[in-house]
Design a protein. Sequence first.
Length: 184
Amino acid sequence: MFISKIHCRFFFLPIVLQFLAPVTSTGAKDLGVIQPYLILGGTQGAMIEQFDEPDAVAFMNDGRLLAGDTVNGRFKIYTILEDGLTIKTIGTPGKGDCQFDNSLVVVFESGREIYNEVQGIACNSKDEIYIVDQGNHRIQVFGSDGACLPGRSIDLSLFLVAPDPNRDSARLQVSARWPSGPEF
């Protein structure tokens, strides 16, 4: 597993970190002008400050930001400080513990393709990190410090989860793939 950490000044990147709207005297949010507090990313690539198809973002209870970096097979933990930020990068592409696979392609009858990749990121009240590793058919679990907890992975091999082919439905389809054949 590759773990790297740097302390740096702010980057200009394609992920917008915070969307805060001013609150009026009546308590309603004034959505007239919304400006990003901080933008993370940069040019597309594999360097620590770069992303290649970022697609999942979540905040930890202590304010750290989690960001999925699909093609690079990793996720990042950002600690935002007044004088800069710290980036911790976790994971590599592959099929082993703490690795992420984005190699499988699902094609619908309509011809629309959905690529298997890191599809989601979340954390619980203990700041344990849950990463949906769709290509490896599992949910991987990491500690709040980014340490891999391979014994806690959740096997999803009996289920197929895909977006509804009706593009405007905002639903997921879940299908069970039950074993069959003489060995079962």
